[in-house]
Design a protein around this ligand. Structure first.
Ligand code: F6P
Length: 380
């Protein structure tokens, strides 16, 4: 063990997801029980680091949280210390400042020898300047979107898929009763992992991903064919999907956020077009944040525990500025800086897409069955 690590800070950044508490618990228990390291919880992500809002995390604090959704520490997806909104100019435009120094002051005052940051690509990007300033930062890959580079899976994703699959199953029976088309919008900004995986798991008829621009006329044709058979159809659409001749649909824009755009509304657009083109009664369901809430499923509890344990072992071993990853079902680590500014999208020749096409699933692009590429990329 590295004798230099006596006290560590832990924070959860970005959008929450199931399994965050399981990681916090695994880190704190491993730190205290195996290495005798003190743990300090930082509240509301980097906001707490800027404002020096921290609290000690003992064994009692992390007991009973394995199954709890959300994060006991709080999170924040509007706060990047290197580009922090400190107010508005008279014309309403935001004032941006680099407040990384405030984070370093909190770290010094708390005598932290290292930081464990649990988050997605945004959180790793926020942590990079702190690591560059000499603080040892260990990342744990979190996001329901499953789009972090270097790891075949992030925790939270499988629970989101389970939630979306259950919702799609429920839409099946009501679609059947009313002979309708049901369009379900799921999360996934630039990567369609949730739509693809929940779509296949639920036997959806049409799956629309950000990675495969779609053609509404082709979708209408596929749905009309399906109506002549079972008499109903299920369409799952990722929030970041777009027509080949159009743009992603922006649902909300917050100029004071360093990450200002949120997609939303493509489900309604697709449903309206299907109904106009086919004359078939169509309804939309937007799953939204239900996919991020609630208890983690067993697989995520296990993954989160493994990630937390490995992150703590990395820190204790003295390795610097790494992100723990899983590759080919084995845990290892990569350079934290390598993850910044990158996203792991769904390859259009992914084996699961090939399998779905082979069984007649439409991706709205008119392409038929393809030969899958051998990609060592797990989705479960
Ligand atoms: O990145 C995770 C995610 O849930 C995306 O799928 C989604 O677009 C976004 O966060 C929603 O963010 P917010 O909680 O700010 O609405």
């Amino acid at each position: 063990m590295s004798p230099s690590t006596r006290r560590l800070g832990i924070l959860t950044g970005g959008g929450d997801c199931p399994g965050l508490n399981a990681v916090i618990r695994a880190v704190a228990k491993t730190a205290i029980l195996q290495y005798g390291i003190e743990v300090v919880g930082i509240e509301d992500g980097f906001q707490g680091l800027i404002e020096h809002r921290v609290r000690p995390l003992g064994l009692k604090d992390v007991s009973g949280i394995l199954t709890r959704g959300g994060t006991i520490l709080g999170s924040n997806n509007k706060c990047n210390p290197a580009r922090y909104c400190t107010g508005r100019k008279p014309d309403g435009t935001p004032i941006w400042e680099d407040v990384t120094e405030k984070c370093l002051t909190t770290i010094a005052r708390e005598r932290l020898d290292g930081l464990i940051v649990i988050g997605g690509d945004g959180t790793m990007a926020c942590a990079a300047p702190i690591a560059a300033a000499g603080i040892n930062v260990i990342g744990v890959p979190k996001t329901i979107d499953n789009d972090l580079v270097g790891t075949e899976i992030t925790f939270g994703f499988l629970t989101a898929v389970a939630t979306a699959t259950e919702a799609l199953d429920r839409l099946h029976s009501t679609a059947d009763s009313h002979h309708r088309v049901m369009v379900c919008e799921v999360m996934g900004r630039n990567a369609g992992w949730i739509a693809l995986t929940a779509g296949v798991a639920s036997g959806s008829d049409v799956i629309l991903l950000p990675e495969i621009p779609f053609d509404l006329r082709r979708i209408a044709d596929d749905i009309e064919r399906r109506m002549r058979g079972p008499g109903f159809a299920i369409v799952v659409v990722a929030e970041g999907a777009r027509p080949a001749n159009g743009n992603q649909v922006v649902g909300r824009y917050d100029p004071t956020s360093p990450d200002p755009i949120r997609f939303g509304g493509i489900g309604n657009l697709v449903a309206t077009e299907i109904s106009d083109l086919t004359g078939i009664e169509t309804r939309t369901t937007v799953l939204g944040h239900t996919q991020r809430g609630g208890a983690p499923i067993a697989a995520d509890r296990i993954l989160a525990t493994n990630f937390g344990f490995h992150a703590m072992a990395l820190l204790a071993s003295g390795k610097r500025n790494r992100m723990v990853v899983r590759e080919n079902n084995l845990f290892s680590d990569i350079d934290l800086f390598e993850t910044v500014g990158k996203q792991r999208l769904v390859p259009v020749d992914h084996p699961l897409i090939a399998a779905a096409r082979a069984i007649g699933t439409s991706f709205g692009d008119g392409a038929g069955s393809i030969v899958p590429k051998a990609i060592p990329t797990a989705v479960v």
